[in-house]
Design a protein around this ligand. Structure first.
Ligand code: SF4
Length: 193
């Protein structure tokens, strides 16, 4: 699989609903974020994914964490599970549960994985989001979703290409943002003071 120069990870999509400015810092600053608890658990993850695939009775063949890169657009992604041959089911799994919400961030990430699989590997039938032990969102994939996902990818690429960070408003999200200090001191500050 050929990776286009400068390809970026679609996992960043899940930050878009929170703050585009944060995404810009992730893409353009040299600051290394510490690994998240989920990253630290990565060795246990593969076992979890096999267990989940069994519990959901997913069809064969199954591919776990397969890295896919778009042949024309510089984005890559590794959906947790791609299941099935003709009509594929894409599963995204988040180990740590959290208070119920609409999971907009995880759904956005999963949506773009669906888009990537459909573009690279063929027809997608369904998207399944699992948080903790629960399936929190399940959706048949459609042309409309494909277009929405494409728009998210375009938004991500636009942020990547921007020479300056987009503006953003201060909110509760900023209190735990890793880029808080660089955000407030950058040349085009967000309205966070
Ligand atoms: S501090 Fe707030 S505005 Fe700045 S990047 Fe983080 S979340 Fe966005």
């Amino acid at each position: 699989m050929k990776e286009l120069k400068g390809s970026i990870s679609l996992s960043l999509i899940r930050n878009l609903p929170y703050c585009e400015r944060m995404v810009w810092f992730k893409l353009n600053s040299d600051i290394e974020e510490p690994p998240t608890p989920s990253m630290i658990l990565s060795s246990e993850r593969h076992r979890d994914l096999k267990r989940i695939a069994e519990s959901l009775m997913l069809p064969q063949p199954m591919q776990f964490n397969k890295k896919l890169c778009h042949p024309q657009i510089p984005v890559c992604g590794s959906p947790d599970i791609i299941s099935g041959e003709e009509r594929k089911i894409i599963v995204e799994y988040k180990h740590f549960s959290r208070e119920r919400g609409d999971f907009q961030d995880f759904r956005a990430q999963l949506l773009t994985y669906g888009w990537l699989v459909q573009e690279v590997e063929g027809r997608v039938w369904k998207l399944v989001l699992m948080v903790g032990r629960e399936v929190v969102w399940e959706q048949e994939y459609s042309y409309e979703l494909h277009i929405s996902a494409r728009h998210l990818v375009e938004r991500l690429l636009k942020i990547l290409d921007s020479p300056t960070p987009p503006s953003a408003s201060y909110g509760g999200k900023c209190s735990y943002c890793f880029f808080k200090s660089v955000c407030s001191s950058s040349n085009q500050p967000a309205e966070i003071l």
